[in-house]
Design a protein around this ligand. Structure first.
Ligand SMILES: [Zn+2]
Length: 306
């Protein structure tokens, strides 16, 4: 699933390519994207003819500010990613396997990557280009409505703070852990606790801070919380600079891969940067990769967090 660096990469790309453009039409073969609030017909009424003023991000949600004060929200979820390009609709297929969509890119290049071949939602823009959502598993979420309505929804209103906000100082991070219980990996992946961190970056953050993923947060001293805070900011910023991670479905809006894969510390790796073998365990339904030689487990200590 795209995490903060991947979504931020998409948002920056969108601001370069679609800002100021008008949406002329919308196509989709997956009306569930708009449920339960809208049908495709009603969704079209909300967005067609509107100008895209600016695109921003809240957690993993991509938010388009439209010219009439409406906000278009797209959450890419598991496998979704937005692409800019030109495609032709070919309902008969062209001899390739028919597990993917019906849209074919008009020119050779990264848009032909098979991961970009699951287009189920498309916006037609007034500069002749198209904004498409390639989404193999079709779990993405699409909403549109007045700003207050979208920001009032749990998708946005229940989210935790942004780890890269300029004002997000260590004291604010530390405050989040007051009276908090649980295992560190699960806690930092909870979008209502802090946004943007998923399986990839939580593994690398905890390796960087030398904390075992099963450590109980109620037992972590402030000095260790500070290491986690610093590692969070450093690793997310580095991943943004490298354009995100493309081990799975993620591609940027030009259909190209990011480069964080090559800078990974432990996530889905065989060895850590120091050459120790990486161990894998299940934590809250996810697989954690960690170095048992370097990452210390904090448990069984009694420490007041007040
Ligand atoms: Zn190691």
């Amino acid at each position: 699933m795209p995490e903060l660096p991947e979504v931020e990469t998409v948002v920056r790309g969108l601001n370069r390519k679609v800002r100021g453009l008008k949406i002329k039409d919308v196509w989709s073969d997956w009306p569930k994207y708009f449920k339960p609030h809208l049908s495709l017909f009603k969704f079209k009424k909300h967005v067609v003819g509107k100008k895209i003023n600016i695109v921003h991000r809240r957690g993993k949600n991509i938010l388009f500010n439209l010219s009439d004060g409406h906000v278009l929200l797209i959450h890419q979820k598991m496998t979704g990613h937005l692409l800019i390009g030109n495609w032709i609709y070919n309902p008969k297929g062209d001899g390739r396997t028919r597990t993917s969509g019906f849209w074919r890119p008009v020119s050779h290049g990264p848009l032909q990557d098979p991961r970009n071949d699951f287009i189920h939602l498309m916006f037609f823009l007034n500069n002749g280009r198209q904004l498409a959502l390639s989404d193999a598993r079709k779990f993405a979420k699409v909403l549109c409505g007045p700003r207050e309505e979208i920001f009032g929804k749990k998708d946005i209103s229940s989210l935790g703070p942004e780890p890269l906000d300029a004002g997000f100082a260590f004291e604010k991070f530390k405050d989040l852990f007051k009276n908090k219980k649980g295992r560190i990996k699960q806690v930092i992946m909870d979008q209502n606790f802090i946004v943007g961190i998923g399986n990839i970056y939580s593994d690398d953050i905890l390796y960087s801070a030398k904390v075992h993923p099963l450590s109980r947060v109620e037992n972590l001293p402030d000095s260790i919380l500070k290491k986690i805070y610093k590692a969070t900011r450093t690793i997310l910023q580095k991943a943004i600079r490298l354009g995100g991670t493309s081990i799975d479905d993620f591609r940027n809006i030009d259909g190209k891969k990011g480069y964080y894969d090559k800078a990974r510390l432990v996530y889905q790796k065989e060895k850590c940067p120091k050459g120790h073998f990486i161990k894998r365990i299940r934590v809250g339904g996810r697989t954690a990769s960690f170095c048992s030689k370097e990452q210390r487990i904090y448990k069984g200590l009694t420490k007041s967090k007040n």
